[in-house]
Design a protein around this ligand. Structure first.
Ligand SMILES: Nc1ncnc2c1ncn2[C@@H]1O[C@H](COP(=O)(O)OP(=O)(O)OP(=O)(O)O)[C@@H](O)[C@H]1O
Ligand SMILES: [Mg+2]
Length: 331
């Protein structure tokens, strides 16, 4: 489709371990349109960061490997591109805010140098012009004393400031797609809200697409247009944000929604989903959520349901599928 910016098709990523290759992202497919904010939500270990690192092709420092699928960005499959070509996309067309700010800020380089270099490289401008551009970007993300901060080192700044610097770096070359991996998790609630508003403002001004990765459904509700719910390396539900909160289908999604604190609900104990995410070495045979599911059916322990779409709302659950038909299809 015309306005599709990113299309991930059947992406499968595995890690080399002592027990052989272990798949942690199991053939996921989704898209992000121009100007759209899509959330990926799910508990720790469900494969959110591995998905984003796979899209950016940044797994080389890990024992991870993409073993199947396509990542189509503006009609170009990124996976077979030579690294040199991929580098010209990274930081310019495709940009990422990492889960841990200190992994992408170099502690021994001044902020100014770290901001200036990608601008010089990608926008092909002189050092003084890049310097001026960097100051403007810092000001646009609400950094006070931007000129002075350019001369400071990351450890001299607070967590909220560092996160703003990360956002400034990520948007400095006007990317078409920004992948933000837990951009606010390490911050306190007021700063979180400021950073989310800032990202929304930048998105509206530039019309970039954002893939917002978070374990926090509150963050998703705040900023996203569409949501993908992941469980154990699979997509289990996908829909618009309004539909997801009004008519959630998957019992896992319902559990996540019930765990979001609601002001004035009068309930002083928060719901939590019993049990834990299965480890990649010990996956149940059928539906991966079955051992924790309160609506579980016999079928769920036998065979994994497929992701079925109906009216733009997808769900991977036997409660919404004809079990006989599913069995026949998968025979
Ligand atoms: N470098 C690595 N080496 C081996 N396994 C890894 C590595 N990085 C991630 N994994 C495994 O891949 C799976 C998915 O991890 P991932 O980091 O994508 O989870 P996540 O959804 O981002 O979780 P969190 O919310 O904690 O950030 C986990 O089972 C994890 O143990
Ligand atoms: Mg992560």
């Amino acid at each position: 489709m015309m306005d599709q910016l990113l299309q991930v098709k059947n992406l499968k990523t595995a890690f080399r371990t002592d027990h052989g290759m272990q798949t942690v992202v199991h053939g996921i497919s989704f898209h992000v349109n121009k100007g759209e904010i899509v959330g990926i939500v799910g508990e720790s270990g469900c494969g959110k960061s591995v998905t984003s690192l796979s899209i950016m092709r940044l797994l080389h420092d890990t024992p991870g490997e993409i073993i199947d699928g396509e990542v189509i960005f503006k009609d170009q499959n990124l996976l077979p591109l030579p690294e040199k070509k991929m580098k010209s996309y990274r930081g310019k067309e495709l940009s990422m805010i990492f889960q841990e700010p200190m992994t992408s800020l170099n502690p021994v380089l001044k902020i100014g140098k770290q901001l200036r270099e990608p601008i010089q490289l990608h926008l092909k401008v002189s050092k003084p012009d890049a310097h001026q551009h960097a100051i403007k970007i810092l000001e646009s993300v609400g950094i006070p004393r931007a000129k002075e901060i350019m001369e400071e080192y990351p450890h001299q700044l607070s967590g909220g400031m560092r996160q703003r610097i990360m956002i400034a770096m990520a948007v400095s070359c006007k990317p078409s797609l920004l992948i933000a991996d837990e951009p606010t998790t390490a911050l306190d609630v007021t700063i979180q809200a400021q950073i989310l508003n800032l990202m929304k403002d930048i998105q509206q001004q530039s019309n970039m697409g954002i893939l917002m990765i978070t374990h926090d459904l509150g963050v998703v509700a705040e900023v996203c247009d569409r949501v993908i719910v992941m469980y154990a390396g699979r997509i289990v539900e996908e829909s618009t944000i309004v539909e997801l909160f009004e008519k959630p289908k998957h019992p896992y999604t319902k559990g996540l929604i019930a765990s979001v604190p609601k002001i004035g609900s009068g309930v002083n104990r928060l719901h939590s989903i019993p049990g834990t995410v299965p480890s990649p070495t010990n996956m149940p045979i059928g539906c991966k959520f079955a051992p924790r599911c309160k609506d579980v059916l016999d079928m769920c322990h036998i065979e994994e349901p497929s992701l079925i779409e109906k009216d733009g709302h997808s769900c991977r659950c036997w409660l919404y599928q004809d079990q006989r038909q599913g069995a026949i299809i998968n025979e």
